[in-house]
Write a protein that binds this ligand. Structure first.
Ligand code: HAM
Length: 416
């Protein structure tokens, strides 16, 4: 038996219905914030992803050579591709540009619950405006997006990479060393960070100062470490606008450093406690990629939501997804009734009513059983009597009630 590759997923109909339901909700929310949908290729030149992160990232990618010897990679995310598209053809468009997307991503991660090698992201990029209000709107979009799909308990944390850069500058910590500190900070392993810094020869004062900063939980505390109004003021202004945009609750978290290398300035993450270990559902912030891809400097910010995790989070929170059911299953009792049954079926389909018809010729008892398994709301039975009187017999599968009605009446019932 051939099985699906490790870290990939199949989506049977019930699962797919949930995914489409969530996707539709998200699409409506993105549009309500003035965003337009875009799509980019599933694979890109490998260079697009190594340009910022270096060759080291290749281990985490599905990278390959095509038959022409080109180095390509399946996309691990969509920010770099969308910015590539912007630089390639949209630089002259009036700003701000607001793009959203859904797309499958590929990472050579170690698969576990909630962590896949192929997964889907829903995300967006805002190009050409980074005012405090614009960044507040972006964070609010992530919040509203997840609230609108029906999640009850989400936790929003907001930070700013300029703050930690300033603190590390003040402590005279060099770029190469910073790179080694960030994984500890990203995972909030502060004890391990302390041990590491001791080994690297940092003084107790330096370590205490960094840990003190990382434990800040509001802007006033941050001010004790970052004495620069040019950095603090816009951040404060952004935070002050969040309630107006409908954000009920958030935390300032100075230890957010994000996994990808392109961020600078405001960053944020949203977690869902109901997800357990892999609870991070959304991440984003302001970043810099346009000049790296040969474009003219412009502000950029965005976020992406783990789509697969969103569906699991809703299931874990006990969300009741609407069921996709057949409105009717049409059963011709004998072969002579087939053309009439097909006519009735096609009339329903003209009105876009989801119906199906038995084409196997099996017994009515078996057809009823099958209709039940498909969760059909009604069964429409057609035999000689119905054909002669130009009617149908419709059985409501919930109440068991059976009625003889005209085709017009049937369509009215099914439409309703
Ligand atoms: P990211 O934090 O790497 O950010 O991914 C965003 C979300 O994708 C994560 O919070 C998580 O829910 C989901 N995710 C990541 N890896 C996996 C995986 N292996 N399996 C399942 N879900 C996963 C980005 O990708 C940035 N491009 C976000 C962004 C957009 N920043 C600015 N614009």
């Amino acid at each position: 038996m051939i099985q699906r590759p490790r870290g990939t997923q199949d989506f049977p109909p019930e699962q797919m219905a949930k995914r489409r339901f969530v996707e539709n909700s998200m699409r409506v929310t993105f549009k309500s914030f003035g965003y337009s949908e875009v799509q980019t290729p599933t694979f890109e030149h490998l260079e697009l992803f190594t340009a910022k992160s270096g060759e080291g990232i290749v281990d985490e990618l599905y990278a390959f050579k095509d038959k022409g010897g080109r180095d390509l990679a399946l996309r691990p995310e969509l920010t770099a591709p969308v910015i590539r598209m912007y630089v390639e053809k949209l630089q002259m468009d009036p700003k701000p540009l607001k793009f959203f997307y859904f797309g499958n991503c590929f990472r050579y991660d170690r698969p576990q619950k909630g962590r896949y090698r192929e997964f889907m992201q829903a995300g967006c990029e805002l190009i050409g405006c980074d005012s405090p209000a614009a960044l507040a709107e972006l964070v609010a979009l992530a919040w509203v997006l997840l609230k609108n799909v029906g999640l009850k308990n989400i936790v929003l944390r907001i930070g700013n990479l300029d703050f930690i850069s300033r603190v590390l500058d003040n402590l005279n910590i060099k770029e190469e060393v910073r790179k080694k500190l960030f994984p500890f900070i990203d995972k909030k392993q502060f004890d391990e960070l302390e041990v590491f810094m001791r080994k690297e020869g940092f003084s107790g004062e330096q370590i205490g100062s960094l840990l003190g900063f990382l434990n800040c939980s509001d802007v006033d505390e941050v001010k004790g470490f970052v004495d620069d109004d040019n950095l603090i003021k816009p951040f404060e202004e952004m935070l002050s606008l969040l309630p107006t945009f409908g954000i009920e609750k958030y935390m300032v978290d100075t230890s957010i450093v994000r996994g990808l290398d392109y961020y600078k300035g405001m960053v944020f993450e949203i977690e869902v406690p109901a997800l357990g270990a892999e609870k991070q559902l959304c991440g984003g912030g302001a970043y810099d990629l346009v000049p790296l891809f040969g474009g003219k400097q412009v502000s950029t910010a965005g976020f992406a939501v783990g789509f697969d995790r969103t569906v699991v989070a809703l299931e874990n929170e006990g969300y009741s997804f609407p069921e996709e059911r057949l409105r009717a299953y049409v059963v011709p009792i004998d072969n002579d009734s087939l053309p009439y049954a097909l006519k009735v079926t096609m009339k329903c389909r003209e009105l876009k009513i989801p119906v199906d018809v038995d084409l196997t010729g099996r017994s009515i008892a078996k057809s009823l059983k099958y209709a039940n398994s498909r969760k059909a709301e009604n069964v429409v039975i057609i035999g000689e009597r119905e054909r002669e009187t130009n009617t149908v017999t419709v059985k409501n599968m919930e109440t068991g009630e059976q009625k003889n009605v005209t085709i017009g009446e049937l369509l009215n019932v099914l439409k309703g």
